[in-house]
Design a protein around this ligand. Structure first.
Ligand code: PEP
Length: 262
């Protein structure tokens, strides 16, 4: 049985930018902010096709220290510019306690990444803010650990939390992560918080994103966060799992039909 009293998270100032309401909330955009042209082109495209939030990393948690680490504050400035031009709510990752003050100045939603799901100091720090938090499931976190991480944030008085299933580590190497879609109804049964699915991190392969978006909506997800790039082959990060604006547009048409039937 799904909890009847579901929370609705309002992202930014546009009343339509909600996650957890009747309409599925779509957050889309590049993995990383790379430059002004790239970000604005993608932001306009995803807005046109129905996204309400713009994702884009300015601080990137990379496995390899020599890989592109994100544009930092310059990237945040570009995200703010994209919000100004499109009205999309900005969703971006904060990786450390000492970045919170800066990221809060630009972001509408603070993203806590999978690698930081149990960074309790960071959870407390975003819990002290009054902006929504998109909390990603840890790479090998149980649902109970995931819910307790959300509880850290709420225990500080910030109740605007979205839970994000983004795949977990398993023995399977074909996909980057194993997307655990049963987590959607399971989390909704245990909690009133909206549940968002990230099929991009959840598969690592762009050709799997469309079907996993459709499956997530059919499973009752409250939102999706999707990596979209205007030139995936040359993306600085996560090109292999990024879909194009055209693919995003056709996926949006399909999920609208599914959402209407769920
Ligand atoms: C991301 O969404 O940019 C990201 C790094 O995701 P995750 O924390 O789920 O790996």
């Amino acid at each position: 049985e799904i909890k009847k009293e579901r929370s609705v998270v309002q992202m930014g100032s546009d009343p339509l930018a909600t996650v957890g309401g009747k309409k599925i909330g779509i957050i889309a955009g590049p993995c990383s902010v790379e430059n002004k042209t790239q970000l604005l082109e993608i932001a306009h495209a995803v807005k046109e096709h129905g996204a309400v939030g713009l994702r884009g990393g300015a601080f990137k948690p990379r496995t390899n220290p020599y890989s592109f680490q994100g544009m930092g504050e310059k990237g945040l400035e570009l995200l703010a510019l994209a919000r100004q031009e499109t009205g999309l709510a900005v969703v971006t990752e904060v990786m450390a306690v000492d970045q919170v003050e800066l990221v809060v100045k630009y972001a509408d939603v603070l993203q806590v990444g999978a690698r930081n799901m149990q960074n309790f100091n960071l959870l407390n720090a975003v819990g002290d803010q009054r902006k929504p938090v998109l909390l990603k499931r840890g790479l090998s976190a149980t649902l109970e650990e995931f819910l307790l991480a959300a509880e850290y944030i709420m225990s500080r008085g910030n109740h605007q939390v979205m839970l994000c299933e983004r795949g977990i580590r398993t023995y399977e190497e074909y996909v980057r992560n194993t997307l655990a879609l049963a987590a959607v109804p399971a989390l909704q049964r245990a909690s009133h918080l909206p549940v968002v699915v990230d099929p991009s991190q959840g598969t690592g392969k762009n050709y799997l994103v469309d079907s996993m978006c459709r499956a997530s909506v059919a499973a009752g997800a409250d939102g999706l966060i999707i990596e979209v790039h205007n030139d995936p082959e040359h993306a600085l990060t996560d090109g292999a799992q990024s879909i194009t604006p055209e693919q995003f547009a056709s996926m949006m048409k399909a999920i609208k039909r599914i959402a209407a039937a769920v």
